[in-house]
Design a protein around this ligand. Structure first.
Ligand code: GLA
Length: 431
């Protein structure tokens, strides 16, 4: 009896200790998904010359309409998020932030109501320092008031930037104070930080602390619509995986920045790579594109249920790069039910599709296909690879800068005769 009590108390203490590790607002149990205006629409404020691209209530209402009507919300994209440049150049008479009156004539409260009426949530943007990155009023000295204003408006997510933060101490204090201020409002507001990103050039972030205050956090430079941007984010993530991967989990996620799929700068294969690797990295999925003009192919990729299921896997473990071999990279992510998502990236930018062969014993520390597993290809197309065992080999063909995304599901009992015929060690001439 006494032993049972001690055991129960130990379990409780462990649960409390774990709970203390993440921002305790119950949100972001899986990586948040939605749409964010920045990469595609930037700080376009001149609605006379760019009526369809300026940062205005109309833009967010149109995106909300499309998110609800065209399958996005049902696929999981829930947050419609405003980035920088929504504000009027100064605070109101009561020191409150206010939206630009020309571009948001009905105010944020009404926009939030509209977004909510579509079954969606509204995100907004602020800055820890004196000014936002684009020069609009910052929240420094007004954390409580701004948090309360956002809550009064019915905001559901805050992206809190770090420009003009002053010292590193002010940066840390500001991020923590805003987190507490949001909590005090009693409204559920996802808190998206850039704290580590502004800290990293000077000092190593304490990620345990970051996770105690933020639901997700940027570590690296802004994404832009080009392959060089995507590969630099992947390279940064892989080279820092020993520090950042274990921190991520339900309630707090590393944020490699927006999905730029459906824009102008990435080839089809590069878009597949971004989608596959953002799923492996357990990344928040915020698209920054124009949902009024998006190709059916990009839409299918962004709404692919199997990839989204990997991204949203309830185990909440971030994936990592297992190996880099010549121009190939092999990444994996542990999933619920001892399954693994596996990404093979071809980093060679010359020539045509390349074959890459690897042993299943590489996966899951040798456990992913032990004693056997069934393997499905999820991207770029869906394909069944059949049954494999712990001594099988896999051979995949990957386009330059593209990715093959697989899922391996462990099978406890397997009949040897059902093994896929192509799973034997490949001879060199078949490669
Ligand atoms: C910073 C952020 C971007 C965006 C801009 C807005 O650069 O990293 O994501 O919010 O500010 O000015």
């Amino acid at each position: 009896m006494a032993a049972a009590l001690v055991w129960a108390m130990a379990v409780l203490a462990l649960a409390l200790a774990e709970g203390a590790g993440a921002l305790d607002n119950g949100l972001a149990q899986t990586p948040p998904m939605g749409w964010l205006h920045w990469e595609r629409f930037l700080c376009t404020t001149d609605c006379a010359s760019a009526p369809h691209a300026c940062v205005s209530e109309q833009l967010f209402m149109q995106m909300a309409d499309l998110l609800a009507a065209e399958g996005w919300r049902d696929a999981g994209y829930e947050y419609v998020c405003i980035d920088d440049c929504w504000m009027a150049p100064s605070r109101d008479g009561g020191d409150r932030l206010q939206p630009d009156p020309q571009r948001f004539p009905h105010g944020i409260r009404q926009l939030a109501d509209y977004v909510h009426s579509k079954g969606l949530k509204l995100g907004i943007y602020g800055d820890v320092g004196n000014k936002t990155c684009a020069g609009y009023p910052g929240s420094y000295g007004h954390y409580d008031l701004d948090a309360q204003t956002f809550a009064d408006w019915g905001v559901d997510l805050l992206k809190f930037d770090g420009c003009y933060h002053g010292t590193l101490d002010l940066l840390a204090e500001g991020y923590k104070n805003m987190s507490l201020a949001l909590n005090k409002t009693g409204r559920s507001i996802v808190y998206s930080c850039e704290w580590p990103f502004y800290m990293l050039p000077v000092q190593k972030p304490n990620y345990t602390e970051v996770k105690q205050y933020c639901n997700h956090w940027r570590n690296f430079a802004d994404v832009f619509d080009a392959w060089i941007s995507i590969k630099s984010i992947l390279d940064w993530t892989a080279s820092h995986q020993d520090i950042i991967v274990d921190v991520a989990g339900p309630g707090g996620w590393n944020d490699p920045d927006m999905l730029v799929i459906g824009n102008f700068g990435l080839s089809w294969d590069q878009q597949v790579t971004q989608m596959a690797l953002w799923a492996i990295m357990a990344a928040p999925l915020f698209m920054s594109n124009d949902l009024r003009q998006i190709s059916p192919q990009a839409k299918r990729l962004l709404q692919n249920k199997e990839v989204i299921a990997i991204n949203q896997d309830p185990l909440g473990k971030q994936g990592y790069r297992i190996t880099k071999d010549n121009n190939f990279e092999l990444w994996e992510r542990p999933l619920t039910g001892r399954a693994y998502a596996v990404a093979v990236v071809n980093r060679q930018e010359i020539g045509g599709p390349q074959l890459f062969a690897f042993a299943t014993s590489f996966l899951g520390n040798g456990l992913a296909c032990n004693p056997a597993c069934s393997i499905q290809q999820i991207l770029p197309t869906s394909e069944d690879y059949g049954l494999h065992n712990w001594v099988s080999f896999l051979k995949v063909k990957v386009n330059p800068t593209g990715t093959v995304l697989l899922k391996a599901a462990v099978i406890e009992e397997f009949p040897e005769e059902k093994l896929a015929p192509n799973s034997k060690k490949p001879s060199l001439d078949t490669l």
